[in-house]
Write a protein that binds this ligand. Structure first.
Ligand code: WTA
Length: 651
């Protein structure tokens, strides 16, 4: 593991502890530690009890069927998740409660109640049906952070059509791949969204995906920015026109607990993204329960998860979890520095936000911008802070606590993955004494462990690989149409045990500390990108003969993409070529995957069997003493690469 020893040593030095403030603990949603033993003693009974709050058309016959690596939860039950997100609350008299305070980047705002959201979802579900979408058909969603993205997802779920949301930062190529792979029938998109004062063009990419995907019949287009777009009457439908013409009611389709709710593509260790499959019943119970426990959700909270809906954090903790809990959320369209670097703090002050959930990258960026921005605002409404997506370093944790949380808010550092569907490791804020930088303990019912190469639990105080020994309700049900890769990726390293791909350590008190990925997946600003994906993008450029990519430590984004490129004969490694290759990667994957540095080199370090030694490239990128080079076939190349790296520009 890169930097593992250093990381472990730093973490060992961390001795500060923060017990829950007594007033917080006294009122907390979960305040009795007996919940842990209860869940362990009878896992199925525990999850059966948690599921009773929901509306099921038909009750389950069995809570769990576990035939490793395939789990089924709430077997035989039927439900509709949107009924549980919307109708259930409205029938109980909660239709006027605000579901979202939405803030547009240019300053426009919308307030949407549960009743209004319900009506929009019904209309959109009717629109989709009119467009020929039926239960089981896939719908691709490629949209900015506007309320319609939530409506679109729920409209799909209303009729049992699995959605595939593709993050708006992905390129046309990446969108096409995903649309293609899931054979979507419709693409829902927009004329753009606002980001840092500019319009992000989504429609052109959606057009390209449409042209290259024979399964897609139509595009449904939300008007957000009003700027000029290509229009084709045969394939494009305006959202607002179709919504106006649609009926305002739509009976939810009763689906099986194991009916596919959505696919979400994520990077693995090969160039081809994996379609993570989530189903209905277990995901519903899991997201609602973890959201309530971890964020200590009460009726009067104003909760803000600042992720993008295009990632799993948005799926579980902007859309499904909060709506299932009848929570009022804030949702924000744009960037944190528009019009100024205090945009978030202004939103918190104006909407009296009580819970904030965001990524360490954002926190480190705010630290860099300086204490003065949050200090300008009254953030006394905050009572709880959350972190997700990457390891949070103790320094950022302490800054978050002091400058955002006013030294009074507990912090929940939540570890989970697209695959896990819900948070699995996290403090419970009314119970757990936290340590800066630690995700603390597995949630009730979660059988997490840290094991060595042979799969044995490591003693306290030691590091190894994070694994999960028992199924949980929101776990992935597989990879879309690829059971083989599912087994191979998660279940063969340690047979019968889920391998998360993360390094972790447990300290003497049993606390879990996450140490980053142990595979070829980078984590840049909380975005998962595989090194192979970026390498394949680079070698697709005609000037490139060979490329190797590593993730190197970065003080703000956690990791940064560092590329080492061998150009074809006759091509010069100029500054222009540097820019061209970055733009090329942005075009194939998305701007967030652009290499921060590109080192042009005559060769790459290889073993005698021809394997690229990325470890050495990482050493160079991070200015470290080179590790063992005795197995290199071309040891002399290292000096040349190091020299080149020293003079290469960075973006
Ligand atoms: C990393 C995001 C340390 C980890 C929800 C994991 C974290 C990957 C944390 C999943 C955390 C997520 N501490 N690392 N609190 N949360 N990670 O699928 O490497 O986008 O495997 O899901 O992010 O990223 P994904």
């Amino acid at each position: 593991m890169p930097g593992e020893h250093e990381a472990i040593e730093n973490l060992l030095a961390e001795s500060r502890t923060f017990p829950p403030p007594p007033a917080f603990a006294a009122e907390a949603v979960v305040s009795d530690p007996a919940i842990y033993d209860e869940a362990t003693a009878d896992l199925e009974g525990f999850w059966a009890k948690e599921a009773t709050d929901f509306h099921w058309y038909r009750e389950w016959d069995r809570v769990l069927n576990w035939e490793p690596p395939f789990a089924q939860w709430y077997l035989g039950a039927t439900t509709n998740i949107t009924y549980n997100c919307l109708d259930r609350h409205i029938e109980a008299g909660g239709g006027d409660k605000v579901a979202y305070h939405w803030v547009g980047e240019p300053g426009d705002e919308r307030t949407i109640t549960y009743a209004e959201l319900h009506e929009d979802v019904c209309r959109a579900a009717n629109v989709l049906e009119r467009m020929g979408v039926g239960t089981g058909d896939r719908v691709a969603i490629y949209m900015p952070m506007i309320p319609e993205i939530v409506v679109a997802m729920l409209a799909c779920a209303r009729i049992g059509a699995p959605h595939t949301v593709v993050f708006g930062g992905f390129s046309a190529e990446a969108l096409t791949d995903r649309v293609h792979d899931c054979e979507a029938k419709v693409i829902i998109t927009a004329d753009g969204g606002w980001r840092r004062g500019q319009v992000s063009d989504l429609k052109t990419a959606a057009d390209q995906a449409f042209d290259n995907s024979p399964t897609v019949d139509l595009k449904l287009v939300v008007r957000r920015t009003g700027h000029e777009i290509q229009w084709n009457d045969d394939e494009d439908i305006w959202w607002h026109e179709a919504m106006e013409a649609a009926e305002a009611t739509c009976e939810p389709v009763e689906v099986d607990s194991e009916h596919m709710l959505y696919l979400l593509y994520t990077s693995g260790t090969t160039g081809k993204p994996k379609g993570i499959k989530h189903t209905t019943g277990g995901y519903m119970v899991g997201t609602a329960v973890t959201h309530r426990w971890v964020f200590d959700i009460r009726p009067e909270d104003v909760y803000w998860c600042a992720a993008d809906v295009g990632w799993v954090t948005g799926h579980s903790y902007i859309v499904y979890g909060p709506l299932l809990n009848h929570t009022t959320s804030v949702m924000y369209e744009g960037t944190p520095d528009y019009p100024d670097k205090d945009r978030w703090w202004d939103i918190i002050e104006r909407h009296r936000v009580s819970i904030l959930y965001c990524a360490p990258t954002a926190i480190r960026m705010f630290m860099k911008w300086g204490d003065a921005y949050p200090a300008r605002h009254d953030m006394s409404s905050l009572r709880l802070l959350g972190s997700v997506g990457e390891p949070i370093n103790p320094e950022a944790w302490m800054w978050y606590r002091e400058h955002i949380g006013g030294d009074r808010c507990p912090i929940v550092d939540t570890w989970w993955q697209t695959e896990t569907g819900t948070i699995l490791l996290s403090p419970l804020p009314g119970i757990t004494t936290t340590k800066p930088g630690s995700a603390t303990f597995p949630l009730p019912g979660v059988a997490a462990d840290v094991v060595d190469d042979a799969g044995n639990s490591v003693p306290l105080g030691h590091g190894g690989y994070l694994v999960l020994r028992k199924p949980w309700p929101a776990m992935l049900r597989g990879l879309y149409r690829d059971d083989e890769r599912y087994r191979e990726t998660y279940w063969t390293r340690f047979p019968g045990v889920y391998f998360a791909g993360d390094g972790a350590k447990r300290d003497e008190d049993g606390y879990f500390w996450l140490l980053g990925r142990v595979d070829d997946v980078m984590n840049v600003s909380g975005h998962r990108i595989s090194t192979t994906e970026v390498e394949s993008a680079l070698v697709e450029h005609p000037a490139v003969a060979e490329a190797a990519v590593v993730g190197r430590n970065d003080p703000v984004t956690g990791q940064a993409v560092a590329a080492f490129v061998v150009l074809r004969a006759g091509v010069d490694g100029t500054q222009e070529m540097h820019g061209e290759l970055r733009a090329h990667v942005a075009g194939l994957i998305g701007p967030f995957a652009k290499p921060k540095s590109i080192v042009f080199t005559p060769d790459l370090p290889k073993t005698r069997s021809g394997k690229i030694m990325r470890r050495l490239l990482r050493d160079i990128s991070e200015d470290r003493q080179l590790g063992d080079i005795t197995t290199l076939a071309n040891a002399d190349i290292m000096e040349a690469i190091a020299e080149q790296a020293a003079v290469s520009p960075e973006d």
